[in-house]
Design a protein around this ligand. Structure first.
Ligand code: ATP
Length: 892
């Protein structure tokens, strides 16, 4: 047997496929057999090779305009016979490309690994029992069950398909869903027409199916083309694009200035070769060599920090967009609340019962007016429907009660146990014949059972979905009586206004063995209500407060009842006593203009259908908001894609939602979104810090060379020395900024305006100021020491050290964009001190080590020179500190 050899699985009846793979639709594989097959076929995983080969990726590192200038500069130096200069320039080009190559590879791998870390579970039949396993453990011969929202985990020959719809865009490029069935089809049909096959990586958007795994991992159709796909995440973000534009601009400026210097010098009759060397110095000085690598590293560090806080970034630009998010639209259940349901109240036969106890432990009692209630008549009927029309399970493991399935349903089981009912017995006595599964849009679930020989439909769901279908209700003596809709509605509202989720329960006698929706359209008998508590998450409460301070609005968008939603929203501080909730029905009646006004005013949207979320996102975006939207179901995918940041639930979400999202929360918790926004703002700050730290050096160096040429003085710094400064300081000093902890005030300011320039006027002014200070200090000290009779080598060594010391001093200013550097804590960033220590040591070598003196034409200098260098550096830091203070005074 081979997993991939027969390519005609679609042409054969599924029985034959089962025989071929020695499996069975009734029992699936035995665990032992599956383990043995796993060892043979390997894990069901496509280890995506990078889309571009390593050589090409390395070559692309040289494909940058600024690097072109460096290469040309190196060639000119070589042409002039300046071999040391040429060697170092080419060395820098190569080292730079290698750093970029390695960093980019690491960032891409980290992103891919994170994407894989969001485990994708699948329902498989093994040893005749259905269980959930990680999709990587699937083997050929496994029987898997698919439902709407799943990602197809391997290539499957379908043997049972019910209204199955799959989108195969990842494979065929066709984005409309195709219907699938289980019958054999012509052997010569092409991939896109093989309607009885489901291929790995495609998405189930509707229906259910059973499938036999015929190929896994690399043997799947997707695995075969994986080499052709660019499987890795792109590292392009709005910021990297902005930097690219900036580089191109810089290129023109540098070329212009180099030409100017060249022209002026030549006119003055300076030797041509000297002028060429000066142009080279200008080019290498003005190019911020470390910038591209620093941006990638900073973003990658941000991604890792977010992952630590349980937010997995699937698309790199999201890291930046998070920093400018202005509105978060969040689900209620499970995101803002614990998703830990406990039934608190029951209404049956006109009586109100209380249920005590917390959590899923079935310890507590059902009481009526404080006394234990007799579990009979309508009360018993109500609890029994809760058990039978239910897919959840309850188990005790190591003294703790755990649930499987939907928490809403598990709560119903717990309530029944508290009343002394045995769900195993009830389910065995009245097996389910058919069902209509719960669906957020339908808002109810129904199951068909045989009770006393008669087929009876049991229904549970939202009050609005059940009540209109009822024509009677169960009276106190267990007999149907005329229904009083208003009274039931008032009872439900009263419960909901306490923040309880209210479910209505009904039943109907039906004909036949199959349930369909039309049979439940009317004539149901209402049996009662169960109301459950789902406490708000305390962490969400704090996160919402943090968002308010950070200028980020939070909107609750829920499928739950308006009263329940409002009550929870009030507890979370999202709504005031007079706030209103807008329902999905009201939304549907609004035109786009009215909707745009409403989304600005209202924070709670209830009974919203998933499809309406897209309209909400669009209305908010039309108001200029940057929207993060959460979602977990198949129908949420369009809204997740349309949102600026689609946020999917890692634990409770479908694969379709995760696929559409830019970020996945591994703990489904609202507070994690707030944490990610905080990190996003921190990352952006650190990027800006690096940029404003590095540019003045380049600016200053460029100015030094330009002035020297224009003034007809010897260059105070050689091209080689400039490269030394740029490379060592970028790695040792600049990179430390990527590790800066988040500034404390980061959530105390409004979101960054999307599209706003990276550098505002204040920061540009600072860059110019520092550049000019460096120019004055280095040029001034160079001339002074020349005047005192120092050799050219000594004077140049002073000038180089002025630059490095100035950069060290200015690094302190850059630790915090607004406040003084000690705001971030003296010792909060060990890289900072480590980097400075290493830089000082390197400068000592540069100045005193004879070998270095030979290569870089430097020379030892005395203590007086160091004193002046230190004073110049200190003055730089103080002037910038004062500039920051004055800026703050004006509200910057
Ligand atoms: P959110 O969108 O905030 O996660 P939600 O979980 O309340 O909200 P849905 O799951 O769409 O939203 O549920 C909508 C309504 O359907 C609920 O208010 C409840 O009345 C009803 N409901 C929820 N789960 C079930 C279920 N398993 N069976 C029957 N009805 C249910």
């Amino acid at each position: 047997m081979t997993a991939s050899a027969p390519s005609d699985w679609h042409a054969r009846p599924h029985d034959e496929a089962f025989t071929e793979l020695a499996s069975s639709a009734d029992t699936g594989l035995a665990e032992g057999d599956a383990a043995e097959r796993l060892a043979r076929h390997g894990p069901n995983r496509i280890d995506a090779k990078a889309g571009r080969g390593p050589l090409l990726r390395l070559a692309l590192q040289f494909h940058q305009p600024l690097i072109y200038i460096l290469i040309v500069s190196g060639a000119i130096a070589a042409f002039l016979g300046e071999w040391a200069d040429a060697g170092v320039i080419f060395g820098v080009v190569v080292v730079n490309a290698l750093i970029g190559f390695i960093q980019e590879g690491r960032a891409e791998n980290a992103l891919a690994a994170l994407a894989r870390s969001v485990a994708s579970d699948v329902t498989v039949l093994r040893d005749a029992t259905r269980r959930r396993i990680d999709a990587v453990e699937l083997v050929p011969g496994d029987v898997v069950w698919l439902a709407a929202g799943d990602k197809v985990p391997a290539d499957l020959r379908l043997f049972d398909a019910r209204a199955l719809q799959v989108t195969e865009a990842s494979l065929t490029g066709e984005s409309t869903a195709v219907a699938k069935h289980a019958n054999p089809i012509a052997a010569d049909s092409v991939l896109a027409d093989r309607a009885n096959m489901a291929y790995a990586g495609t998405l189930v958007v509707a229906g259910q199916a059973g499938g036999l795994v015929v190929a896994t991992g690399r043997a799947t159709e997707t695995g075969r083309i994986a080499d052709l796909l660019d499987a890795t995440e792109t590292l392009v973000t709005p910021l990297t694009r902005a930097m690219e534009r900036f580089s191109n601009f810089l290129l023109v400026v540098i070329l212009g200035l180099a030409a100017l210097g060249f022209a002026v010098g030549s006119l003055r009759g300076e030797p041509l070769l000297d002028m060429l060397m000066a142009a080279v110095a200008l080019a290498v000085g003005a190019i911020p060599e470390g910038l591209p690598a620093a941006i990638t590293v900073t973003l990658a560090i941000g991604v890792a920090r977010m992952a630590k806080r349980r937010a997995i970034i699937r698309r790199l630009p999201a890291v930046e967009t998070l920093g400018s998010t202005t509105v978060i639209c969040s689900d209620k259940t499970g995101t803002l609340t614990e998703n830990q349901m406990t039934v608190r109240a029951l209404v049956a036969g006109g009586q109100h019962f209380a249920v005590d106890g917390d959590g899923y432990a079935p310890e507590g009692a059902v009481t009526l007016d404080g006394q234990p209630a007799a579990v009979a008549g309508p009360l018993r009927d109500l609890l029994v429907i809760g058990v039978l029309c239910n897919d959840a399970g309850l188990a005790q493991k190591d003294c703790a009660w755990t649930i499987t399935g939907d928490p809403t349903e598990a709560a119903l089981l717990v309530a029944a146990r508290k009343a002394g009912l045995d769900e195993q017995q009830l389910r065995a006595d009245s097996p389910r014949v058919d069902e209509i599964a719960f669906d957020s849009a339908r808002q109810y679930m129904a199951s068909l059972h045989r009770l006393d020989g008669q087929p009876v439909a049991l229904v549970k769901g939202a009050l609005e979905a059940i009540l209109p279908r009822c024509s009677s209700q169960l009276g106190p003596d267990g007999e149907p009586v005329a229904i009083d809709m208003d009274a039931v509605d008032a009872q439900a509202r009263a419960l909901a206004s306490d923040g309880l989720r209210v479910l209505a329960f009904a039943r109907a006698e039906v004909a036949g063995e199959r349930l369909d929706e039309s049979a439940l359209a009317s004539g149901l008998c209402l049996v009662g209500l169960q109301a459950m508590l789902d406490p708000p998450r305390q962490a969400a409460l704090r996160a919402i407060q943090a968002c308010a301070a950070a200028g980020v609005a939070v909107k609750m968008i829920t499928g739950d009842h308006a009263e329940t939603a409002l009550a929870i929203a009030r507890k979370l501080g999202l709504a005031g006593p007079t706030s209103r909730a807008v329902t999905g029905r009201e939304l549907a009646a609004m035109d786009d203009a009215a909707l745009q006004v409403t989304v600005g005013e209202v924070s709670v949207f209830a009974r919203v259908e998933p499809e309406q979320k897209l309209r909400l996102v669009q209305a908010l975006q039309a108001r200029g908001e940057v929207v993060a939207m959460t979602g977990d179901g198949v129908n949420d995918a369009p809204a997740l894609k349309a949102a600026d940041i689609g946020v999917a639930m890692g634990a409770g979400g479908t694969e379709v939602a995760k696929d559409a999202a830019a970020m996945v929360l591994t703990d489904d918790n609202f507070a994690t979104i707030e944490a990610a926004i905080e990190e996003g703002r921190g990352v952006y700050d650190n990027l800006v810090k690096f940029i404003i730290w590095t540019l003045p050096t380049n600016f200053g160096e460029g100015l030094v060379i330009l002035f020297a040429v224009l003034a007809g003085v010897t260059l105070p710094i050689t091209p080689l020395q400039i490269l030394w400064i740029n490379m060592t300081t970028a790695v040792l000093l600049g990179m430390a900024l990527a590790f800066e902890p988040i500034q404390r005030d980061v959530m105390g300011r409004p979101p960054r305006a999307p599209g706003a320039a990276i550098l505002d006027a204040v920061l540009i002014r600072r860059i110019v100021l520092v550049g000019v200070l460096l120019l004055v200090a280095s040029f001034g000290l160079f001339l002074r020491w020349r005047g005192l009779g120092a050799s050219l080598e000594e004077a140049r060594t002073v000038a180089v050290n002025v630059f490095v010391a100035g950069e060290i001093a200015y690094l302190f200013n850059c630790r915090n964009l607004r406040g003084p550097f000690w705001c971030c804590g003296w010792w909060s960033n060990p890289w900072f001190w480590g980097g400075i220590g290493a830089m000082v040591a390197l400068q000592a070598l540069f100045t005193y080590l004879p070998a270095m003196n030979r290569v870089f034409a430097s020379a030892p200098i005395g203590p007086m020179a160091w004193l002046e260098i230190g004073a110049a550096a200190l003055a730089t830091a103080l002037v910038v500190g004062m500039e920051k203070r004055l800026g703050r005074g004006r509200g910057v």
